[in-house]
Write a protein that binds this ligand. Structure first.
Ligand SMILES: *[C@@H]1O[C@H](CO)[C@@H](O)[C@H](O)[C@H]1NC(C)=O
Ligand SMILES: *[C@@H]1O[C@H](CO)[C@@H](O)[C@H](O)[C@H]1NC(C)=O
Ligand SMILES: *[C@@H]1O[C@H](CO)[C@@H](O)[C@H](O)[C@H]1NC(C)=O
Ligand SMILES: *[C@@H]1O[C@H](CO)[C@@H](O)[C@H](O)[C@H]1NC(C)=O
Ligand SMILES: *[C@@H]1O[C@H](CO)[C@@H](O)[C@H](O)[C@H]1NC(C)=O
Ligand SMILES: *[C@@H]1O[C@H](CO)[C@@H](O)[C@H](O)[C@H]1NC(C)=O
Ligand SMILES: *[C@@H]1O[C@H](CO)[C@@H](O)[C@H](O)[C@H]1NC(C)=O
Ligand SMILES: *[C@@H]1O[C@H](CO)[C@@H](O)[C@H](O)[C@H]1NC(C)=O
Ligand SMILES: *[C@@H]1O[C@H](CO)[C@@H](O)[C@H](O)[C@H]1NC(C)=O
Ligand SMILES: *[C@@H]1O[C@H](CO)[C@@H](O)[C@H](O)[C@H]1NC(C)=O
Length: 799
């Protein structure tokens, strides 16, 4: 599949969160005890006394509430790190006053009382020991023990290493969310929004970052293997995160989290509200849909109530989905008219969701709409019922554009030069027809989409058949040996291993990638593969299954027939000979691939941008691609681009990752920050994409000189192209000379201009200057205006 050298595959899976756990300043003169017994009783909040574990890692005592310093909880916290985070509290929901006390009664009962000694015992579960016994003490694991009582048995929002998770329940500090060792719930609605794959139970974690599951499988944190302070916490935003303490940064770092797309956490926004997830700030915001205005509790209400159902209309919200609510009614039809009519005739129907992909997805929203969110990954359109007089228009758009530029539209290539004028005319005609279809509304739109739908439908059923809820299929080694005829037909070799062509029993042709030098055990591999297999996008190569047997690590992908983009872009063939080939229209040979025309190049650029945006936005940094280059962009039947090798970087052994020093002199497709100690973010992918984008336009590698136009030792195509586009206003000079004759300024100028200008933004030296991948896709689509960026600097690694 991919052929040239892969440069770097780093683990940078940890992104940094400052934890939401409370902090407090330690006081000056403390009385440190290691055991609290009858003779120490009572212990008052004002006493400034702490109970230390033997190794001083943990401490316990009365802590004032951060927002109400006169009220206290009896808590356990990390004592030996600067952020003294609370890991357990006895009376989280019942804070006590300064007059309170903790005491051991004559009968040996541990009591926490507010003021009167005979008041209600606020200690969370019965704790009886012997008066002359060892007293209340704190083990070095953080477990607070007295008699039969142990705090590990009744966790609050945090689990510590070697604490049993199963059989216990975590509740977030704000009380909104719950984790029962299997699923995450929104407490107020008893509504589950996440469960582990295969519905596995968490059993325990250890200080090396290994999480044990109920079926004895394991999951490894991204930094596993090193003894660290670790904790699993249910945070106030409803996400479950596994943290480890980085002593160098003096902060907690996330090594795993349950939910990537934070908008999928139920209860994030109120009723009728739409959650938007901002990848760059890792934060969510709640917006009201058109026709609605903000109401109490982050919810939204109709601006104009629909009184007469006959006088209502539907506003269209692309990529919006409402996931929650018990009263969603699934009609199962792929006929838009039917779906709409069902909602229209139901007085309790507030709107409906529809998918144009022929998957029979038509869900009516009855009575209430909760847990709405916006994400292109949903491929759903929400139609919202509003009063006919509602004048507001929907700004949730983009689906039309997606359909219009989606792959399955067949394009002939290459085009003989003399047809150029007719092509232009055709383009104009097609555009006009398309515009007319749009004007006549969604019903015509539907017909237009049929072709698209058929294709999608096929892909879907194919995918679903082999990908049941359980995840990717596990193949046996024998099955794959059989399918590939004993691995006899290699079709490519990349940084991760050799790729073989194969045919499964059910007739599907597959690409079988045998990985080498892969880290971790079976469960680790399985966990990663399941994440990769969940990535589901038209422009991503589909992972169908895997094999982990006899030390082998094999991935089974869909077979993409047309090879990789580099074979098409960079051909060392003279222009003259190509002119001759064009008489036979399409010549496909091992060396002489057809020249891709502008429309195809544009679609490839857009498809790849969308795929990467999907990876970044849906899956977060977890699957930064890290290795975007023409070799990793495969072309399907109809030249539909499919990005391959995503998500594999994490599987790579650490020793195998090439050190920075080897990058010298071959800048390749890597962003400048790889050479600096900076954190690598999704913007590194944006940079690589920018380089690929320019190559798609120019048809040559950025670091090889175009003919002899300019002679310089420090040739860097992007800089030169920048001047051409922004200073000389001469986009034509940047184009691949092999298809210059097909260039029609009226038809193509805008497209190419956008591609080059977008590339310039992607190639900004400073990561924060580069747009997000989602924005890049919008720039290419032409839905947002592109201003002039700074000139890209040369990124050379010199001695
Ligand atoms: C108790 O421990 C703290 C910090 O560990 C230390 O600063 C303090 O001096 C100790 N107090 C006594 C009385 O040992
Ligand atoms: C805190 O104590 C634990 C356990 O003894 C140790 O592993 C860790 O390095 C200590 N951390 C700091 C910041 O001293
Ligand atoms: C304890 O007493 C204080 C002050 O009287 C009061 O504010 C607080 O709510 C009481 N806590 C409990 C758990 O009763
Ligand atoms: C505790 O010790 C005292 C004397 O030190 C003794 O009188 C008493 O009986 C003991 N109590 C129990 C429950 O063992
Ligand atoms: C939550 O719902 C489940 C079924 O979905 C039920 O078994 C459970 O008892 C409910 N819990 C509460 C607290 O209502
Ligand atoms: C859960 O924990 C209990 C002990 O608390 C143990 O007996 C049980 O086997 C555990 N369940 C699983 C699935 O490991
Ligand atoms: C708003 O939220 C508060 C607390 O969460 C709740 O008591 C109140 O009923 C809510 N108001 C409405 C109108 O839902
Ligand atoms: C769902 O809607 C139907 C029809 O509107 C209604 O009869 C039913 O009670 C609703 N169910 C819930 C759980 O709200
Ligand atoms: C949808 O269904 C209606 C009636 O059920 C039918 O008249 C119409 O032709 C169908 N539309 C499509 C596109 O199949
Ligand atoms: C629509 O407009 C609202 C309000 O200006 C804004 O918050 C929201 O992000 C917009 N939606 C989209 C999809 O751009």
């Amino acid at each position: 599949m991919s052929s040239s050298n892969h440069f770097l595959h780093l683990h940078f899976f940890c992104f940094f969160f400052t934890s939401s756990v409370l902090h407090f300043s330690s006081s000056q003169l403390q009385n440190n005890i290691t055991s609290f017994s009858f003779s120490n009783s009572p212990w008052r909040p004002t006493q400034n006394q702490i109970l230390l574990s033997l190794d001083s890692t943990f401490a316990a005592g009365f802590l004032p509430l951060p927002n109400a310093p006169a009220l206290y909880t009896f808590s356990v916290w990390y004592h030996n790190i600067s952020s003294k985070d609370v890991v357990w509290s006895a009376n989280r929901l019942d804070p006590v006053s300064a007059a309170a006390s903790l005491l051991i009664s004559r009968s040996g009962e541990l009591r926490l009382v507010n003021s009167s000694v005979n008041g209600r015992n606020l200690w969370p579960s019965p704790a009886v020991g012997s008066v002359n016994g060892s007293g209340l003490s704190l083990l070095s694991t953080g477990n607070l023990v007295y008699g039969d009582f142990q705090s590990f048995a009744i966790p609050t929002d945090t689990i510590l290493p070697n604490q049993r998770i199963n059989g216990t329940t975590l509740v977030s500090k704000n009380g909104k969310f719950m984790f029962d060792s299997r699923e995450l719930f929104l407490v107020s609605r008893n509504d589950s929004y996440w469960s582990n794959l295969g519905n596995l139970i968490f059993v325990s974690l250890d200080s090396k970052g290994v999480v044990m599951y109920g079926d004895n499988s394991r999951y490894y944190a991204s930094d596993f293997g090193v003894e660290k302070l670790r904790r699993l916490s249910l945070d106030d935003d409803g996400n479950l995160r596994l943290y480890s303490y980085d002593t160098r940064l003096s902060q907690w770092v996330v090594g795993w989290q349950a939910v990537f797309q934070l908008c999928l956490i139920h209860g994030t926004c109120g009723a009728n509200s739409i959650c938007m997830y901002d990848v760059s700030s890792l934060s969510t915001s709640c917006v009201c849909p058109p026709g609605y205005r903000r109401a109490v509790n982050n919810s939204c209400e109709l601006r104009i109530p629909v009184k007469d159902l006959g006088r209502s209309k539907f506003l269209r919200l692309d990529f919006v989905m409402f996931t929650g609510g018990l009263n969603q009614s699934d009609i199962k039809t792929s006929n838009f008219t039917t779906c709409e009519a069902q909602c229209r005739s139901d007085p309790s129907c507030l709107g409906f969701m529809f998918k144009y992909d022929g998957s029979n997805y038509c869900v009516l929203q009855l009575e209430r709409m909760v847990d709405g969110y916006w994400s292109p990954g949903t491929e759903t359109v929400m139609f919202l019922r509003v009063d006919e007089s509602e004048a507001e228009v929907s700004n949730f758009t983009g689906m039309t554009n997606l359909m219009e530029t989606a792959c399955p539209v067949k394009i002939r290539l290459p085009l003989p030069p003399e047809e150029s004028k007719t092509i232009t005319r055709n383009v104009v005609i097609i555009c006009t027809i398309f515009a007319a279809e749009l004007l006549s509304g969604v019903f015509f739109f539907w017909t237009f989409l049929k072709k698209y739908i058929k294709y999608r439908d096929m892909a879907r059923t194919f995918g679903l058949e082999v990908m049941p809820a359980g995840g990717p299929k596990r193949f046996t080694y024998a099955e794959l040996k059989d399918a590939t005829n004993n691995f006899s037909n290699p079709i490519g070799k990349g940084g991760f291993g050799v790729v073989y062509m194969g045919k499964l029993n059910d007739g599907r042709v597959v690409a079988v990638k045998s990985l080498k030098n892969i880290t971790g055990g079976d469960a680790d591999f399985w966990a990663e593969v399941t994440i990769i297999a969940r990535m589901h996008h038209l422009n991503l190569v589909r992972l169908w299954g895997f094999c982990a047997e006899k030390g082998s690590r094999i991935l089974v992908y869909e077979y993409v027939p047309n090879g990789s983009l580099d074979e098409f872009l960079f051909q060392n063939v003279e222009v003259e000979s190509l002119e001759m080939e064009q008489e036979t229209a399409v010549v496909v040979g091992s060396k002489n691939k057809p020249i891709l025309d502008w429309n195809i190049r544009y679609r490839i650029a857009l498809g790849v941008a969308r795929a990467i945006a999907y990876l970044h936005e849906e899956c977060l940094e977890w699957v930064l691609h890290c290795d975007i280059k023409p070799e990793n962009i495969l072309l399907g039947d109809d030249f539909c681009p499919k990005v391959s090798d995503f998500g594999l970087a994490k599987l790579k052994k650490k020793e195998d990752m090439i050190s920075v020093s080897r990058m010298r002199g071959t800048p390749g497709y890597m962003a400048p920050e790889w050479t600096r100690p900076d954190q690598i973010t999704s913007k590194a992918d944006v940079y690589s994409y920018g380089l690929v984008l320019l190559e798609i336009v120019s048809g040559s590698r950025n670091f090889t000189q175009l003919d002899s136009k300019v002679a310089s030792d420090q040739w860097f195509f992007p800089r030169w192209a920048f001047d051409k586009v922004f200073k000389e206003m001469n986009v034509e000079d940047v184009l691949d000379p092999r298809i210059m004759h097909n260039y029609d300024s009226r038809a193509h100028f805008d497209m190419i201009n956008r591609m080059v200008k977008t590339a310039m933004w992607c190639l900004q030296d400073r990561p924060e200057m580069r747009p997000s991948m989602g924005k890049v896709a919008k720039m290419l689509e032409g839905t947002i205006e592109i201003t002039e960026p700074k000139k890209p600097t040369i990124f050379f690694l010199e001695d």
